[in-house]
Design a protein around this ligand. Structure first.
Ligand SMILES: NC(=O)c1ccc[n+]([C@@H]2O[C@H](COP(=O)([O-])OP(=O)(O)OC[C@H]3O[C@@H](n4cnc5c(N)ncnc54)[C@H](OP(=O)(O)O)[C@@H]3O)[C@@H](O)[C@H]2O)c1
Length: 257
């Protein structure tokens, strides 16, 4: 590659799917993809919220598709991917962002909760990759980014199912990266520390809890969504053609300690 280095980060002409794009990090990533030039399919369960994210994408001059999708369901995922291919003609980028977990001691969980968290984070990543894989392989192009967490790298008390699921996403990413490297499809994982979203606001807006969590961050503050988005654009773009099977930590120094 040659030319202006910043041009390599452009996503003009690319199409992306972002799951969990109704709010939080997913919404910020969808908007960042659009700012970089991509058309974006915005997938989550809450129709009014995905319509709003889609409108934010359109206001940047890009095409947007709001698709109601429950990542717990293979049928819902398959139909969403088919709809995106039919509307946009292709899928270049898949951001597997939908996910989450609860804080609860393991002895207070039941098996259905364990299954739900593993399914929401890990099985959904499988479902999305399985659905876009044949299409990307046929086109010999793909950029897949799986949302793990620093909780997938280090153990944290009272979050065992979430830690297990996010850790498994890292191994899923590495193994699939090997399998699909020959098809020119990169598969990388992101491991963010604490970012301020609707989900984490419950912690960071609470004076006692917020102070406790902030004290654990060497940077001395929670991350903001627009501090994650440029890294995702990098992984989604042709600025990173040699990057696959990697786990990128962005955590204000937490795991350096
Ligand atoms: N925020 C952090 O500090 C942090 C740190 C590390 C990793 N992460 C990871 O980053 C991702 C986003 O986190 P966030 O803080 O932005 O979370 P959030 O604010 O709770 O947003 C979660 C998103 O996932 C969607 N979602 C949830 N269940 C879904 C389902 N069954 N099907 C489809 N979409 C679903 C939600 O939309 P609907 O409810 O409308 O479906 C929403 O758009 C998660 O994977 C999380 O584990 C976050």
């Amino acid at each position: 590659m040659s030319g202006n280095v910043l041009e390599k980060f452009r996503l003009d002409g690319k199409t992306a799917i972002v799951t969990g794009a109704s709010r939080g990090l997913g919404r910020a990533i969808a908007v960042a993809f659009a700012e970089a030039g991509a058309d974006v399919a915005v997938a989550a369960r809450t129709e009014a919220a995905i319509a709003e994210t889609a409108e934010a994408v359109r206001s940047l001059g890009r095409r947007a598709l709001a698709v109601a999708c429950d990542v717990h369901s293979s049928a819902s995922v398959a139909s969403m991917v088919e709809g995106v291919v039919s509307e946009f003609g292709k899928v270049d980028i898949l951001m597997n962002n939908a996910g989450g977990g609860d804080m609860r001691p393991l002895v207070d969980t039941d098996e259905s909760e364990w299954m739900r968290i593993i399914d929401l984070n890990l099985n959904s990543t499988y479902r999305l990759c399985r659905a876009v894989g044949p299409h990307m392989i046929a086109r010999r192009y793909g950029r897949i980014i799986n949302m793990s967490s620093t909780y997938g790298l280090v153990g944290v008390k009272n979050v065992v199912p979430y830690c297990a699921a996010k850790g498994a996403i890292i191994q899923f990413t590495r193994a699939l990266a090997l399998e699909w490297a020959e098809h020119n499809i990169s598969v990388n994982a992101l491991a963010p520390g604490y970012f301020y979203t609707e989900r984490t606001s419950r912690v960071f807006d609470d004076p006692t809890l917020g102070a406790k969590f902030t004290a654990s961050i060497p940077a001395g503050r929670v991350g903001q969504n627009d501090e994650l988005a440029p890294l995702v654009v990098y992984l989604a773009s042709d600025a990173s053609p040699y990057m696959t099977g990697s786990v990128i930590v962005i955590d204000g120094g937490i795991t350096a300690a």
